[in-house]
Design a protein around this ligand. Structure first.
Ligand code: FAD
Length: 270
């Protein structure tokens, strides 16, 4: 923003010295309402100053954080991820950015602090419009808590961009949990690059309690693209975006379902 002279602040505060904001690891604090989300719920606590590259490497180590790792490999370039922070990306709230999409899809909580105290904001309320979040003047984001999928939860991330390192033309993230009868128990699908904020897709709730069927995924993709508005811009026509969204939604649902099946097979083997 500074480089392109889109932002010309009168004062710039360097927060790089706040080492307390650079912590990364499993959630250990017992924040009311966050930790108490039932058995199996686990959270990753990410300080606002954690570099994107640091989280990308950390997330490679564990299956439950794999979706975070995958999405981060799409963020800019290794050089920008070495410098860019997780908090900076979320606070910047570019509607095409990968981390906001993932934060919303997984179900995260932002911890915001000011001299008045600390408050928690769920990802669903955090992103308010283009480059606008729930952070008020005088407040800052100190850390974020990311819900991690349970071990047998399927997950997938898909993105289409014109060149490597570009922001997404469209991105989609999905998690699916199957029951022992292989019916869908829980599903979340998020889309980025389509509106002023990343979006959670309500239509996928129709899958809950049902056996998976490819046709249902395609029908849901069709219903979503019929509901949403698509605009022409210098990158793509509205009809191109509509077609892309339809394909991406169906394919991310399918990939997450396949991942859930593969995990179920793995768990059965052990
Ligand atoms: C060439 C290039 C390609 C890129 N490609 C992508 C891409 O594909 N996908 C993508 O998602 N991003 C991309 N980016 C963006 C980049 O990766 C960073 O995520 C983004 O610029 C934020 O950088 P930063 O952490 O330095 O935050 P800053 O630029 O320092 O801050 C961004 C905004 O957030 C505010 N802010 C920062 N930290 C806090 C805080 N703790 N509390 C409150 N407000 C805060 C700042 O005041 C500012 O308004 C790209 C950047 C470049 C240069």
């Amino acid at each position: 923003m500074l480089n392109m002279r889109l932002a010309q602040p009168k004062a710039l505060v360097d927060i790089n010295g706040l080492v307390a904001l650079a912590t990364l690891g499993p959630l250990e604090t017992n924040l009311a309402g966050v930790a108490a989300q039932g058995p199996g719920a686990a959270f990753l606590e990410v300080g606002a100053l954690v570099r994107q590259r640091q989280l990308e490497r950390y997330a490679l180590e564990e299956e439950r954080t794999r979706l975070i790792h995958t999405a981060l490999t799409y963020v800019g370039h290794p050089q920008t991820r070495n410098q860019g922070t997780v908090g900076g990306s979320l606070a910047h709230a570019d509607p095409s950015a990968e981390l906001p999409l993932l934060f919303l899809t997984l179900g995260g909580t932002a911890i915001i602090q000011s001299t008045r105290g600390e408050r928690q904001v769920a990802a669903e309320q955090f992103f308010q419009s283009y480059f606008t979040t729930a952070i008020e003047p005088g407040e800052m984001l100190t850390k974020t808590l990311w819900r991690l999928p349970v071990p047998d939860e399927g997950m997938a991330f898909k993105e289409y961009r014109r060149r490597h390192g570009d922001f997404a033309l469209l991105a989609a993230a999905c998690t699916i949990k199957l029951g022992s009868d292989r019916k869908v128990q829980h599903v979340r699908l998020g889309l980025g690059g389509l509106a002023d904020t990343p979006l959670l897709v309500d239509e996928v709730r129709e899958l809950v309690g049902e056996h998976w069927a490819k046709e249902r995924a395609r029908a849901i993709a069709g219903a979503v693209v019929n509901r949403l508005d698509f605009a022409d811009d210098y990158q793509a026509s509205s009809s191109y975006r509509r077609q892309l969204a339809s394909v991406l939604i169906a394919s991310v649902l399918e990939a997450a379902y396949e991942d859930a099946l593969a995990k179920e097979d793995l768990l059965c083997e052990h």
